[in-house]
Design a protein around this ligand. Structure first.
Ligand code: CA
Length: 297
């Protein structure tokens, strides 16, 4: 059974409700879609006035495409940068279906580099866009393979066999200090300069995105998140929620709610994708309830 199809970029403001990508939107004569269950949502948080995060979630018969972008820059330029990045990357990758193909890495790299050049050009020609930029974490996912393009400090995690791994590596000042053994990951998360990034879309005329791929398996759960989530909810709790086997919508809602309860200092974006068995139906049974948050103090 086809599970979802949704071919447009999404950007939500304020406290908009969760977007549900699990309705079957294709007709029976079309090819069955890749079997993924997805929920995606962005929230302004509790401090910021605007939302500079953008996201994209779509799928065709062969693979899903998911993007989180976290913009920066004054006078709403961050919104422009993240929106441009998401639209350009999703457009350029819309017909990339063979994730193991010989040119797949180059296609992903080029999509991010082209987006970079377009955003950078506007920072040079439009006075109010000076200094704008955006992270991009893009995931292409079939039932057997994932392919990631990444620049900045948004993150993609993979939960498999009860364990969570961060697939992307932050391009940030504090990550460099973690690599040098000067900070632990937890110290980095709470560091006052944790939001200083060393690479992003729009920063320079050329950027070098990270592009890598790997095997995907039935049961895998992927999370794409902006730092408004990962800075507010620690990895242990994120893992606990992703392991709950609840529907992606419920996990996304719980993640965003907890980021807000913990302060909501920044815009919060979460995309949860689960690789389903082929015979799964779109009722995606809820096996275990969401575990309660730890109490503090
Ligand atoms: Ca952010």
């Amino acid at each position: 059974m086809p599970l979802f199809s949704h071919l447009r970029s999404l950007r939500q403001e304020g406290s908009s409700p969760s977007i549900d990508f699990t309705q079957p939107l294709v007709h029976s004569h079309e090819q069955p879609l890749v079997h993924l269950a997805v929920a995606a949502r962005t929230d302004v948080g509790r401090i910021r006035k605007g939302n500079e995060d953008s996201l994209h979630a779509s799928a065709n018969a062969y693979r899903g495409l998911f993007i989180v972008a976290d913009g920066m820059g004054g006078h709403a330029a961050g919104e422009v940068a993240s929106e441009m990045a998401v639209e350009m990357v999703s457009h350029e990758l819309s017909d990339l279906n063979d994730l193991g193909g010989g040119d797949a890495h180059e296609r992903v790299s080029r999509a991010l580099r082209d987006a970079n050049r377009a955003v950078y050009e506007r920072t040079r020609t439009e006075r109010d866009k000076l200094g704008m930029g955006s992270t991009v974490s893009a995931l292409l996912l079939s039932e057997t393979r994932y392919l990631i393009g990444h620049v900045g400090d948004s993150r993609i995690y993979l939960v498999r066999n009860g364990e969570m791994r961060q697939l992307t590596k932050d391009h940030s000042l504090v990550q460099e200090q973690v690599d040098a053994g000067l900070l632990t990951p937890e110290q980095a998360r709470r560091h006052p300069q944790s939001n200083v990034i060393t690479r992003c879309i729009g920063m320079a005329d050329e950027i070098e995105p990270d592009v890598f791929d790997g095997e995907a398996q039935v049961g895998d759960a992927f999370l794409l998140a902006s730092d408004g989530l990962t800075g507010m909810v620690d990895d242990r709790r994120i893992q606990q929620l992703l392991l709950s086997r609840a529907k992606p919508e419920r996990i996304v809602d719980a993640l965003i709610q907890e980021a807000n309860v913990n302060g909501g200092n920044d815009n919060i974006t979460a995309v949860v994708v689960r690789v389903l068995e082929e015979e799964a139906t779109n009722t995606d049974r809820e096996v275990t309830p969401i575990p309660p948050a730890r109490t503090h103090g």
